[in-house]
Design a protein around this ligand. Sequence first.
Ligand code: AMP
Ligand code: ZN
Ligand code: FE
Ligand code: FE
Length: 282
Amino acid sequence: MSRIDLHLHTTHSDGSLRPSDVLTLAKEANVSALAITDHDITTGIPEALAAGAELGIEVIPGVEVSSFDGNSELHILGYCVKWDEPAFNRRLAQLRESRHRRNPLIIERLREAGLDITYDEVRALAGTESVGRPHIAQLLMQKKYVTSAKEAFDRYLADGRPAYVARELPTPAEAIKWINEAKGIAVLAHPTWVKVSGEGLRTCVTALKEAGLGGVEVHYSTHTKSQTSRYLELARQLDLLITGGSDFHGVTKPDIDVGMGRGNLKVNPRLLTPLKEAAARL
Ligand code: AMP
Ligand code: ZN
Ligand code: FE
Ligand code: FE
């Protein structure tokens, strides 16, 4: 049976493969439908739609918007969004601007640590307006300062490490509203990022639902069986849609494959119909 993958990054943000190459890998993995969900940008969608039409893969326009709730960085996925809607794209452009304010400060800290890199080099490598820490990690790999993106994050870039700089982010409620205004379904990505314990997750997701959240990313490459069942139960109890995807990035997450995650991901194509129906009702 085929599978779907609703969380994929391309060269339009911090993924290392072009949309058409991601679609080729999806075809090989027997993926029947997918969503391109680049960070804060939708420019990869036309190429994905064209490749999807050629390969017989349904392409759902998507996006992944970073937000901060005062405690955790939450990523909000947007599905079936009107990706070329001007007001939505102006919002996304503002988010990319906040990346350009933050990244040079990260570079400054890396230079203070003795690493010879510039933001111009990062921008050239990125080749997109949505420049993220994984691009900086990639440059550090190319310059042999680290051997993996994970090492770059663990030593320098992760929260709490010497080159970490926070960036201005919208609240989750704002990100959800922008997605809803662009006729997209907002979904909480990788709920493990919510830094709460016990009943805190239910409280958080209940508040997000009041702000317009439509679903939870239950199936995800790094989820354990018990995490998956916990998020599934939560989604069912709160009457939220269930989605899933690999969060494929290519070289910066080399253990994650399109459609398969770490090998044990299989997102059921049946999840797609309720998602599309909900979007049609917006
Ligand atoms: P940014 O959007 O610039 O804040 O970068 C965050 C992105 O970096 C996340 O969306 C992940 O894709 C990636 N990331 C975070 N932690 C790691 C890690 N330890 N190894 C590789 N990639 C990571
Ligand atoms: Zn990313
Ligand atoms: Fe994310
Ligand atoms: Fe992602």
